[in-house]
Write a protein that binds this ligand. Structure first.
Ligand code: 1YM
Length: 634
C-alpha cells in the first residue's frame, strides 16, 4: 500500500462550510438521532484514530465512557496538526473540528472513505455535542482547545510539555439533539470495535466503561484470520484456516476462509473497514475465483473426471466461512443502501490474489484439501439429488391445477393487500378462529398436527404432504421456477400457534419451510407471527389479557390478584371465538411480530441443530440453552 500524498501542511486544508446545517438537520449527517445516530458519533471519532493506525502511525486506541455521559477517544498517533492555517488564521485542529468536510477532500489518507455510512468527520460530532475538548500531543507540547455546540470557547493553547504524540477527544452528546437517549451502550460499542480490531491487524483497542467498571481489550495479531476463527468457534470445522494478504494494482486484499460441516455460508466483505452487506465486485471476484480454483484442483488431481460436470458456485460455498477485506483508493459504492462495491478493478485484484494463494494452499496442505473436496462433492451430490426429486414433483404436477383446499376458510375480499391468511395450529383453534374472524379480510387455514420435518424428509415426500400442499395452494405463488410473488393471495400471512413447546415447534417448522422454499415472501415482509395472550387476569369486573410473565407479575402485585383469578391459556383452543378475536386477531388490538430473514435464518439453523441427523450439535445446543427456557410444559 502506498500513501498517495506526502506530509500535510496546514495549508492543504480548504475552508468549506460552517456547522449550522448540522444542528438544523442532524439526520442528514448521521442518519438519525436515535441510538444509532448517537453511536455514530463514537464511530466518527474512532474512525479517525483507526485511519491513523492504518497509515501505520498508531497502535493503541482507548475508548472510555465517562460517568458524566461523555465519551473519550485517545490514540497514540501523530496528533492532529496544530499549525496555523494561512487563509483562516485558525489552527488546523480548529479547522478540522469546526468546518464541515474539512480535510477529507484533500487526500487526507487515501484509504479514508469517510468511515461509515455518512462519513462526515469530527466537526459533525462537535456540532452535536454540548461540549467537546481536544488535547493534542505533538512537537513536545500539549495543545488544548474546547468547544460548545461546535463553537470555540477560546483559541488553541499550549498547556504543558510532553514526550508523547497523539490525540485525545472528549465529547458530551447534546440531549436537545438526541432526544431518545444520550446513553452510550457498552455492548454496541464492544461489538463494533471487535470488528474494527479484526480488520486492523495488530491494533490494540481498549474499551473502558467507567459507569460500570467494565473493560474490554481487543488485539488480533492475525487480523481477518482471527475473525474467521471467531466465527467458526462453535462449528465442526474442516481443516485449517486459509489466509492471504497481498497488494495488486494498488488494491490491498486480505482474505481468510475455512469450511465447516453446515450447509449455509457466511461470507463477510469489507472495503476500507466498511461492511458491504450487499457484496459487489470484490465478492464477485472471490466467488468466481473460488469456483474456478476448486474445479481446477479437482480436475488436475483426477478427482473430477472428464465426463463430470463442473462444481457450481453453490457447491463450493456450502459451509464456507470467509472474510474479505480490501483497501482501495476512492471506492465507488452502489445499491440502495450504498452497501455494494462498484469499483471494477476490485474484482480482478481479489480474483488474482485469491486464486494464486488458494491453489498454493491446497497444494501445500493436502489434508485440508481432501476435507474441502469431500465437502464440496457432498454438496454437489445433494444438489443433484434434490434436482431429481424436484423434477419428479413437477412432473407429477403435484402443485398445479389444484383447487383451493377444503380446509381453507377463505376471506371474501379478493384484494391481496387487504387479505390476511391465518395459519392455525389444530382443528379446535381453527374452529374458534373461523368463528371469530373478520370474514371480509381474514382467511383461516387450520393445520392438522405437525407439518413434515423438512430437514430429514426427501423433497418428493415433502410435497406429497397434504399440509404443505394446502399451504402452497392457498398462498397462490407456487414454488421454484414457477414461483410468482405477484400471485400471492394474502399480503399478511400470520402464523398462529399455541404459546407452548409444541406451538413453538410448529412455528419453527413453518418458519423453516418458508425460509427454504418461500424466502421471497419473507423478504417482501409478508410473514408475521401472532402473539396470543398467556393469561387472563380478573379482579371484580375488570380483566386483563397479558402476553408475558413480567406483565403478569406487575398486574398481580398492582391489583392484588389471587390465584383463582389467574387463567392460563395453554392453547388457542381454550379461547372462545370472541376472546381469540379480541386478543389475537383484531387488527386494532392484536400484537404481531413481523418475520425478517434473520429470524428465519436463525430458525433454520436451530432447526438443523434440533432436527438434523447430527447428534453432537444438538446436545451442545440443549446444554447451553436449557437455562433460557422459561415455560417448559411437559
Ligand atoms: C481521537 C481522534 O483524530 N487522530 C488523528 C487525526 C489526524 C491525524 C492523526 C493526522 C493525519 C495526518 C497528518 C494525515 C488527522 N489529521 C487531519 C488533517 N483521533 C484523531 N491522528 N497528521 C496527523 O492524514 O496526513 C485530519 S484528522 F487533515 F489535519 F491532516
Amino acid at each position: 500500500m502506498t500513501k498517495a500524498t506526502e506530509e500535510y501542511g496546514a495549508d492543504s486544508i480548504q475552508v468549506l462550510e460552517g456547522l449550522e446545517p448540522v444542528r438544523k438537520r442532524p439526520g442528514m449527517y448521521i442518519g438519525s438521532t436515535d441510538e444509532r445516530g448517537l453511536h455514530h458519533l463514537v464511530w466518527e471519532i474512532v474512525d479517525n484514530s483507526i485511519d491513523e493506525a492504518m497509515a501505520g502511525h498508531c497502535d493503541t486506541i482507548i475508548i472510555s465512557l465517562g460517568k458524566d455521559g461523555s465519551c473519550t477517544v485517545e490514540d497514540n498517533g501523530r496528533g492532529i496538526p496544530v499549525a496555523k492555517h494561512a487563509k483562516t488564521g485558525k489552527s488546523t485542529l480548529e479547522t478540522i473540528l469546526t468546518v464541515l468536510h474539512a480535510g477529507w477532500k484533500f487526500g487526507w489518507g487515501w484509504y479514508k472513505v469517510s468511515g461509515g455510512l455518512h462519513g462526515v468527520g469530527s466537526s459533525v460530532v462537535n456540532a452535536l455535542s454540548t461540549k467537546m475538548e481536544a488535547w493534542v500531543h505533538r512537537d513536545g507540547k500539549i495543545h488544548y482547545q474546547s468547544f460548545s455546540q461546535g463553537i470555540t470557547d477560546g483559541d488553541i493553547q499550549v498547556i504543558g510539555k510532553t514526550d508523547k504524540t497523539g490525540t485525545i477527544i472528549k465529547f458530551h452528546p447534546d440531549a436537545s439533539i438526541f432526544k431518545i437517549s444520550t446513553e452510550f451502550d457498552y455492548k454496541t460499542i464492544v461489538n463494533r470495535l471487535r470488528q474494527q480490531a479484526y480488520l486492523t491487524k495488530g491494533i490494540k483497542l481498549n474499551i473502558i466503561d467507567e459507569r460500570t467498571e467494565k473493560r474490554y481489550k481487543f488485539y488480533f495479531e492475525w487480523g481477518v484470520k482471527s475473525y474467521v476463527h471467531f466465527l467458526n468457534k462453535n462449528e465442526d470445522t474442516l481443516g485449517d484456516i486459509f489466509y492471504a494478504e497481498k497488494e495488486r494494482n494498488e488494491i490491498l486484499v486480505e482474505l481468510s476462509l475455512q469450511y465447516n460441516k453446515w450447509y449455509s455460508n457466511n461470507i463477510i466483505t469489507f472495503v476500507n473497514n466498511i461492511h458491504t452487506p450487499e457484496g459487489g465486485s470484490h465478492m464477485t471476484g472471490f466467488r468466481t475465483a473460488l469456483t474456478r480454483t476448486i474445479n481446477k484442483y479437482a480436475r488436475d488431481k483426477g478427482i473430477l473426471k472428464e465426463k463430470d460436470q463442473n462444481l457450481t458456485n453453490d457447491d463450493v460455498i456450502e459451509g464456507l466461512t470467509c472474510v474479505i477485506s480490501i483497501k482501495v483508493v476512492d471506492p465507488q459504492f452502489e445499491g440502495q443502501t450504498k452497501g455494494k462495491l462498484g469499483t471494477p478493478e476490485a474484482r480482478w485484484a481479489v480474483d488474482g490474489v485469491f486464486a494464486e494463494k488458494f491453489l498454493e494452499f491446497l497444494e501445500e496442505d493436502p489434508r485440508t484439501a481432501k476435507q474441502v473436496i469431500e465437502k464440496v462433492f457432498l454438496a454437489a451430490k445433494a444438489r443433484l439429488a434434490a434436482r431429481a426429486a424436484r423434477d419428479t414433483v413437477i412432473r407429477k404436477g403435484a402443485l398445479e391445477g389444484m383447487t383451493l383446499p377444503g380446509k381453507l376458510a377463505d376471506c371474501s375480499s379478493k384484494d391481496p393487500v387487504k387479505s390476511e391468511l391465518y395459519i392455525v395450529e389444530g382443528d379446535s383453534a381453527g374452529w374458534s378462529a373461523k368463528q371469530g374472524r373478520d370474514r371480509e379480510t381474514q382467511a383461516i387455514l387450520p393445520l392438522r398436527g405437525k407439518i413434515l420435518n423438512t430437514e430429514q424428509a426427501r423433497i418428493d415426500k415433502i410435497f406429497a404432504n397434504n399440509e404443505v400442499k394446502n399451504l402452497i395452494i392457498a398462498l397462490g405463488t407456487s414454488i421454484w421456477e414457477s414461483f410468482d410473488l405477484s400471485k400471492l393471495r394474502y399480503h399478511r400471512i400470520v402464523i398462529m400457534t399455541d404459546a407452548d413447546v409444541d406451538g413453538a415447534h410448529i412455528r419453527t417448522l413453518l418458519l423453516t419451510f418458508f425460509f427454504r422454499y418461500l424466502k421471497e415472501v419473507i423478504e417482501a415482509g409478508h410473514l408475521y407471527i401472532a402473539q396470543p395472550p398467556l393469561y387472563k387476569l380478573t379482579k371484580g369486573k375488570k380483566s386483563w389479557y397479558v402476553y408475558n410473565e413480567e406483565e403478569k407479575e406487575k398486574i398481580i402485585s398492582e391489583f392484588d390478584i389471587t390465584g383463582e383469578n389467574i387463567q392460563r391459556y395453554k392453547g388457542l383452543g381454550e379461547m372462545n371465538p370472541e376472546q381469540l378475536w379480541e386478543t389475537t386477531m383484531d387488527p386494532e388490538e392484536r400484537k404481531m411480530y413481523k418475520v425478517w430473514i434473520d429470524d428465519a435464518k436463525a430458525a433454520d439453523e436451530i432447526f438443523k441443530i434440533l432436527m438434523g441427523a447430527d447428534v453432537p450439535p444438538r446436545k451442545r445446543f440443549i446444554q447451553t440453552r436449557a437455562k433460557d427456557v422459561e415455560n417448559l410444559d411437559v
